[in-house]
Design a protein around this ligand. Structure first.
Ligand code: PLP
Length: 297
């Protein structure tokens, strides 16, 4: 049986069967906070530095107190060690959760001590392995803003991993209700953006392409690790606008994220994305590269 591990960054290991969050925590009543999701494998939190960097950037964009990175690292390391001991080194899903704390906090919601700061590790769901092995059918859904919107509207927190993921979960339910496994969002002017929990990567020969962060997407830690290793291996990596036609013309298309790492898109709306023999070899090579990039980062 899986034993969930929970650490409070201020107070150390906690019993996950006991309540930890107050009913008036701003994470609960407003979704006013940030989070990260990481893969735990072989006794380490994969790609940790990129996650901590994005966490700090997200905190700054939300006017949260700067996270005490050393304290977060200590909690992460403690949680990983406890997880490995309790769960025979199985893969784990780690979440970092950081909110302003209680609405009624006496010190005021901006005090660093008042912040809610949790590290949790739990089992990886079966969906991740399924998506990795079998691929995903995706539908294209309009996200409702054009590619220049994020830069003009910083208050929208586009590109920040806030705790307000309700719309993303609703998009996934909408996709499931229509026979799809996942979603690729389009901007209102027709550009490919991202998945509700993943970054889009198109592979053609030894070239990788992904949409620019400025178009209104989260800067993915997985795609960053993949691009770093791919470049070292001589692949061409481009960050440039993509259209749905670019995806249909690619050898293979992938949804990349920290825990699943890379799931091949097998269908976009009504179009199956079949692999010929060359594309299948390229896809296998990309999948291996992506796994290695994440578990060594
Ligand atoms: N885009 C969104 C909206 C996400 O929620 C995620 C991850 O959950 C990603 C992209 C991929 O980010 P990462 O590779 O850091 O997991």
């Amino acid at each position: 049986m899986v034993t969930t591990v929970l650490f409070d960054v201020h107070h150390g290991r906690r019993d996950p069967r006991q309540p930890q969050i107050h009913a008036d925590d701003l994470a609960v009543v407003r979704g006013d906070g940030i989070f990260e999701t990481l893969l735990v494998r072989d006794g380490r939190a994969c790609n940790l530095q990129r996650h901590l960097d994005r966490f700090a950037t997200g905190a700054a964009r939300m006017d949260l107190p700067a996270p005490d990175v050393a304290a977060w690292r200590t909690a992460v390391e403690g949680a990983v060690a406890a997880w490995a001991q309790d769960n025979e080194n199985a893969d784990g899903l780690m979440r970092l959760v950081y909110s302003r704390g209680r609405e009624s906090a006496p010190a005021g919601p901006q005090s660093p001590d008042a912040a809610t700061a949790l590290v949790m590790i739990t089992a990886v769901g079966a969906n991740a392995a399924h998506a990795r092995e079998r691929g995903v059918r995706v539908c294209l859904l309009d996200r409702g803003y054009p590619v220049d919107f994020a830069g003009r509207a910083p208050w929208q927190l586009i590109g920040v991993k806030t705790l307000s993921y309700a719309a993303n979960m609703a998009a996934l339910r909408y996709a499931a209700a229509h026979g799809f496994d996942d979603v690729v969002y389009l901007s209102s002017d027709g550009a490919v953006l991202e998945g509700p929990r993943s970054t889009v990567v198109a592979v053609r020969d030894r070239e990788l392409r992904t949409p620019p962060v400025e178009s209104g997407i989260l800067p993915g830690t997985t795609v960053a690790a993949i691009f770093a290793l791919a470049q070292a291996r001589g692949w061409v990596c481009r960050t440039e606008p993509l259209t749905p036609d670019d995806l249909l013309a690619a050898d293979s298309v992938w949804l990349c994220s920290s825990v699943t790492i890379a799931a091949r898109v097998t269908r976009i709306d009504d179009t199956d994305l079949a692999l010929d023999a060359d594309a299948a070899r390229g896809a296998a090579e990309f999948a291996e590269l992506a796994q290695r990039a994440v578990v060594t980062a």
